[in-house]
Design a protein around this ligand. Structure first.
Ligand code: BG6
Length: 494
C-alpha cells in the first residue's frame, strides 16, 4: 500500500482564486489531500483575486465548488470544517501596488515556512505578477511559484515570461505545470519501462515499427473559444502534453529518479526532433477543424458556430504529426501524434507497435500473424494491454489469433484515481520539481513547434473540415496510409 506522507507546513496563495481552474481543480484537489490527513494544522490556503469578497463569502463559494467538482457523494462535515478553517481571502489587484498589504498581513513573518504562489491567472499576467510579488517583499528562500500552461505562444514570448520569473525565482523554485505529468498512468509509463526487464531490450528501432500517441476529446472548445482561436490544437496540446508523452516513451533510462536526471533525458529527446520544414509539412502534418456533426446521437455545432465570430477562422482543432527522433535508438521509427476536439470518443493512449516476427513458420492456413502491440491507456479505463498471438483452443487445424493480455488498473488496484492536480500540488509542497517542465524543455518544445507553425504559414496550409464525431480530417488518414500504416482507432484490441 502507498502511504500518505504529510507535507511540511505551508502557505499557499492562489491568484485567480475565483476562476475556473481554482474552483474546478485546485480546491477539490487540496480538499482530497486534506481528507487524507496530509496537511498540518497550521497550513493555510489564501485565495487572492480582484473581487472584493468577504472571507465567509469566499468559503461559501469553495464549498459549492467542492459539492460540484470533488467527486464525492457528500462533503464530510469534520473534514470540511478543518479545510474551511485554513482558507483566507484577500482582494488583490495584481496591477496595483497599493492592494498587496492585505496579503502580506496574512502571510507569516517567519520565513522558514514553505510558501507557494500559484498563478491560476491569464498567462499574460505571469511575469508581472512575479515582479509584484517580489516588490511586495513576499519572496522568501522557501518560496515557490507555480505557473500553468500555455507558457507563451511561441519561443520568444515564453522566454520573455521565463526571464521575468527568473529575475525573482531560481529555476528550481519555478514549477511549470503540465497536468499530464501528474496523471497516474503517465507515471506508470516510467514504471513500465524502468521497473521491468521485459520491455527495455525491445524498446528501440530494431523491434518497434512505430509509436502512436493519441489524445482525443469529445468536447468542443466550450466557453474557451476566444483563447482557443488564438492558440489552436498545436499550441494547446502538442507543445506540452503530447511532446511530454513522446519524451517519456523515447527518452533514455535516467540514471536516477532525481528531477534533473529525468529532465536532462527528456530535453535530449526534444532536441533530437527532426524539424518539419515547408518542403515536408504537407506530408508530415494534417490540420483539421470540426464541422457540425453528431456525438453520442446529439447534434453538435461547428467550431465556427462555437466561436460565434463574424469571420471564418483557420485555427486547427485537430492536428496529426509524423514526428521523427533523430538518434541511434529511434532513427527510422516514427512517432505519430494526433489530438483533436469533437472526435468520436474521449481517449488518451500510447500504442507501441512492434515489428512482425522474422519468419512465419505456420503457413497461410493458420491465419495472419499480427505483430505485437502494447497499448498504454491513459484515460479512461486506465491500463495496459499487450496484444499477443495465441493458438485458438480446441481440436482441429491450428488456428492463430491475436488476444489481449489486459491489465486494468481500476480492477487490479481498486482505488480511487487521484486527480493529476492532487499529486502535482503535493510535489510542489515537497519541493520536488521532477513532474514539472524545466525552462529549457519549454524552449526546446517551442522551437520545434515554431518551425511547424512557420511552415504552415509559408505554405498557407488550411485547416481541413472534419465532421464532429469522426476521427478527424482525411489527410490524417492519408498521412499514415502513405507509410503503409493505419491509426489505431479503437480503445480495445478485442
Ligand atoms: C488542457 C487543454 O491542457 O488539457 C484543453 O488546454 C484540454 O484544451 C485539456 O481539453 C485535456 O485534459 P484532460 O486531462 O481532460 O485530457
Amino acid at each position: 500500500m502507498s502511504t500518505f506522507v504529510p507535507a511540511d507546513p505551508f502557505e499557499l496563495v492562489i491568484f485567480g482564486a475565483t476562476g475556473d481552474l481554482a474552483m474546478r481543480k485546485l480546491l477539490p484537489a487540496l480538499y482530497h489531500r486534506d481528507r487524507d490527513d496530509q496537511f498540518s494544522d497550521d497550513s493555510i490556503i489564501i485565495g487572492a483575486s480582484r473581487s472584493e469578497l468577504s472571507r465567509d463569502v469566499y468559503i461559501e463559494q469553495v464549498h459549492a465548488a467542492l459539492v460540484e467538482h470533488a467527486n464525492l457523494d457528500e462533503i464530510d462535515e469534520p473534514t470540511w470544517q478543518r479545510f474551511a478553517a485554513r482558507i483566507h481571502y484577500c482582494a488583490v489587484d495584481i496591477t496595483r501596488d497599493t492592494t498587496w498589504a492585505s496579503l502580506s498581513d496574512v502571510l507569516a513573518t517567519e520565513s522558514a515556512r514553505v510558501r507557494v504562489f500559484y498563478l491560476a491567472t491569464m498567462p499574460s499576467l505571469f511575469g508581472d505578477t512575479a515582479l509584484q510579488i517580489a516588490n511586495a517583499g513576499l519572496v522568501t528562500d522557501n518560496s515557490r511559484i507555480v505557473v500553468e500552461k500555455p507558457l507563451g505562444r511561441d519561443r520568444s514570448t515564453a522566454s520573455a515570461i521565463n526571464d521575468k520569473l527568473l529575475s525573482v525565482f531560481d529555476e528550481n523554485q519555478i514549477y511549470r505545470i503540465d497536468h499530464y505529468l501528474g496523471k497516474e498512468t503517465v507515471q506508470n509509463l516510467s514504471a513500465l519501462r524502468f521497473a521491468n526487464a521485459l520491455f527495455e531490450p525491445l524498446w528501440n528501432r530494431a523491434h518497434i515499427d512505430h509509436v502512436q500517441i493519441t489524445v482525443a476529446e469529445k468536447l468542443g472548445v466550450g466557453s474557451r473559444g476566444s483563447y482557443y482561436d488564438k492558440a489552436g490544437a498545436l499550441r494547446d496540446m502538442v507543445q506540452n502534453h503530447l511532446l511530454q508523452l513522446l519524451c517519456l516513451v523515447a527518452m533514455e533510462p535516467p540514471s536516477s529518479q532525481h528531477h534533473d536526471d529525468i529532465r536532462n533525458e527528456k530535453l535530449k529527446v526534444l532536441k533530437a526532433l527532426k524539424p518539419i520544414t515547408r518542403e515536408d509539412v504537407k506530408r508530415k502534418t494534417a490540420r483539421g477543424q470540426y464541422a457540425a456533426g453528431a456525438i453520442d446521437n446529439k447534434v453538435v455545432n461547428s467550431f465556427f458556430d462555437d466561436l460565434d465570430d463574424e469571420e471564418p477562422s483557420n485555427t486547427e482543432t485537430f492536428v496529426a504529426i509524423k514526428a521523427e527522433v533523430e538518434n541511434w535508438r529511434w532513427s527510422g521509427t516514427p512517432f505519430y501524434l494526433r489530438t483533436g476536439k469533437r472526435l468520436a470518443t474521449k481517449c488518451s493512449e500510447i500504442v507501441v507497435q512492434f515489428k512482425p516476427v522474422a519468419h512465419n513458420i505456420y503457413g497461410a492456413d493458420a491465419g495472419d500473424l499480427e505483430a505485437n502491440r502494447l497499448t498504454i491507456r491513459l484515460q479512461p479505463d486506465e491500463g495496459v494491454q499487450l496484444s499477443i498471438m495465441s493458438k485458438q483452443p480446441g481440436p482441429g487445424t491450428l488456428q492463430l489469433r491475436p488476444v489481449p493480455l489486459n491489465l486494468s488498473f481500476s480492477e487490479t488496484f481498486q482505488l480511487r484515481y487521484p486527480d493529476a492536480y492532487e499529486r502535482l500540488l503535493m510535489e510542489v509542497f515537497r519541493g520536488n520539481p521532477g513532474l514539472f517542465m524545466r525552462g529549457d524543455e519549454v524552449d526546446a518544445a517551442w522551437e520545434w513547434i515554431d518551425q511547424i507553425i512557420a511552415s504552415w504559414e509559408q505554405t498557407r496550409m488550411p485547416a481541413e473540415a472534419y465532421s464532429a464525431g469522426s476521427w478527424g480530417p482525411k489527410n490524417a488518414l492519408v498521412m499514415l496510409d502513405r507509410d503503409g500504416r493505419e491509426w489505431h482507432n479503437t480503445r480495445r484490441i478485442d
